[in-house]
Write a protein that binds this ligand. Structure first.
Ligand SMILES: [Zn+2]
Length: 89
């Protein structure tokens, strides 16, 4: 069970493994503009999905080092979503 608490609102989410690296994903409150609530996100910097995503981003700046983390939206039947994140490498 992954428990996320923010502003007094507790969200309980099941443990779910990232299909790309097998790590248990963590809860993350997405920014309001995404339209998501609390989602499950893979925080593994060595995740194959994350490392492989850097070249796929169109129009990204050369020096931005952005990658896509794998995430699932519990409010939408755990539909896979991509979250843009800064790549550490
Ligand atoms: Zn992963």
């Amino acid at each position: 069970m992954v428990i996320h608490e923010y502003a007094g609102i507790v969200t309980e989410l099941p443990d779910r493994e990232c299909p790309h690296c097998g790590k248990i994903m963590g809860a993350w409150l997405a920014p309001p503009e995404t339209g998501w609530n609390v989602i499950l996100i893979c925080n593994n910097n060595n995740c194959a999905h994350y490392l492989g995503s850097e070249d796929d981003i169109i129009h990204k700046r050369e020096d931005s080092h952005l990658g896509c983390r794998y995430a699932e939206d519990p409010d939408n039947g755990f539909k896979p979503v991509n979250v843009l994140a800064v790549c550490p490498h």
